[in-house]
Design a protein around this ligand. Structure first.
Ligand SMILES: [Zn+2]
Length: 170
């Protein structure tokens, strides 16, 4: 078994890379996704993108049901957003930026397409937290983080906060 996956935090280049499409959905990938899921549940995240564990490939997992104690893992491989509408706002956080939360504007509803673990395409309508989580994770695949979507002032405040956090950790 390969070594444990680790969550990459802000400052590492792979988080800013545009992920490339998955070409082969095989046992190795399914095993990797299972390890990502174990990690996500362990740290109680709502979602985790492949580049957050150091692999710049286009897939992510999410589970917005964790709070009900009835886990339902969603896997999106080579995801696409086919349609989007409405607006919503939610206080987001990110496993790659621990301790920071801020309100971000997102589309309220999405129509998405992706491949499942067997390589079969599926389409889904998402709204509420599912739509928000999808957009957050989809952004990761583009090398975009939720702090990029803050106003310039808020981003400036974030940068100062992050700098302070980083200096405290040293
Ligand atoms: Zn994130």
């Amino acid at each position: 078994m390969s070594e444990d996956l680790k969550i990459i935090t802000l400052g590492e280049a792979v988080l800013r890379e545009k992920a490339t499409p998955v070409e082969d959905i095989n046992g190795e990938l399914r095993d990797f996704i299972q390890r990502m899921a174990d990690l996500m549940y362990k740290v109680r995240g709502l979602g985790l993108a492949a580049n957050q564990v150091g692999l710049p490939k286009r897939f992510f997992i999410m589970d917005i049901t964790q709070k009900d104690g009835n886990p339902k893992l969603e896997v999106y491989i080579n995801p696409e957003i086919l349609a989007k509408e409405g607006e919503t706002e939610y206080e987001e956080g990110c496993l790659s930026i621990p301790g920071y939360y801020a309100k971000v504007e997102r589309f309220a509803k999405l129509h998405v397409r992706a491949l499942d673990l067997d390589g079969r395409p599926f389409e889904r309508e998402l709204e509420g937290l599912a739509a928000i989580a999808f957009q957050h994770e989809f952004d990761h695949l583009e090398g975009v983080l939720f702090i990029d979507r803050l106003s310039p002032l808020k981003r400036e405040l974030f940068k100062r906060w992050w700098k302070k956090q980083s200096s405290l950790k040293r």
